[in-house]
Design a protein around this ligand. Structure first.
Ligand code: UDP
Length: 235
């Protein structure tokens, strides 16, 4: 096993599956099964989930809702996704804890770093909901920050594309995938891997990122075992 403690970042949109909005139960079940495979290897798993399938702060500005209010709405959206994922993981026999960046006492624990680490040591899957708890951030920044805090070995960014390409592979058929990249190369080539705050945090803390296709069965397990999947970004 190459990675013993991972931070898996899933976007809210990925939970939509074949739907146009909300949460697709089939996709949720698929993800639970993929996560279970690595749990069964003994990997310590923390998950950050986005909220883009429900609400994003930037959307709010077009509707007359101010940005900060919109960002809090976005954070609450991530909690809805986190609760759905928690349920799916538990139905598949995993022990979980949901920790929130904002206080929602009836539903989940607040994020406390030492407690999160203890949960991981006890092989509970820890889901971080509500982002960092501050507006003007994203769940990518949350993933980087929490990964650094819990001393994860890697950030695994699950997407629907199998890595980082020279151009958008959905628009440009000649685009090729990078197997590895350095942080500096990614900056120079202006590759949009994560937002700059998230990316820089990983760079400054020597935390590798792997961008991979979470929708392909077996990918997560292969990654954890050190197989070359997706694009690895390191110092
Ligand atoms: N958000 C925030 N602070 C955070 C994390 C998230 O304000 O620490 C808000 C922000 O409005 C964001 C929304 O929550 O647009 C949903 O998160 P994100 O867009 O990162 O979700 P994803 O794109 O991964 O689905």
């Amino acid at each position: 096993m190459k990675y013993k403690r991972i931070l898996l970042k899933l976007s809210g949109e990925s939970l939509m599956g074949e739907k146009n909005y909300g949460i697709d139960p089939i996709r949720l079940q698929q993800y639970a099964e993929e996560i279970k495979k690595v749990r069964d290897l003994g990997v310590e798993i923390a998950i950050v989930i986005g909220g883009g399938n429900i609400f994003r702060g930037v959307q709010a500005e077009n509707t007359g809702i101010d940005r900060v209010q919109g960002d809090y709405m976005g954070m609450l959206a991530t909690l809805i996704n986190a609760m759905a994922l928690q349920s799916a993981l538990e139905q598949n026999g995993m022990f979980t804890r949901l920790m929130s960046g904002i206080k929602v006492e009836s539903v989940c624990e607040p994020f406390i770093r030492r407690r999160a680490i203890r949960h991981l040591e006890k092989k509970r899957i820890v889901i971080f909901g509500a982002g960092i708890g501050n507006p003007y951030f994203t769940t990518d920044s949350t993933a980087s920050l929490r990964a650094v805090e819990i001393e994860a070995d890697v950030v695994l960014k699950g997407t629907r594309v199998d890595g980082v390409y020279t151009a958008d592979p959905e628009k440009d058929k000649t685009a090729t995938r990078y197997a590895t990249l350095s942080f500096t190369e990614a900056y120079e080539k202006n590759l949009n891997i994560m937002d700059m705050t998230a990316f820089t945090l990983c760079h400054e803390n020597n935390l590798p990122i792997i961008v991979f296709d979470m929708n392909k069965s077996g990918n997560l397990e292969a990654l954890v075992n050190g197989e070359e999947v997706g694009t690895l970004i390191t110092s």
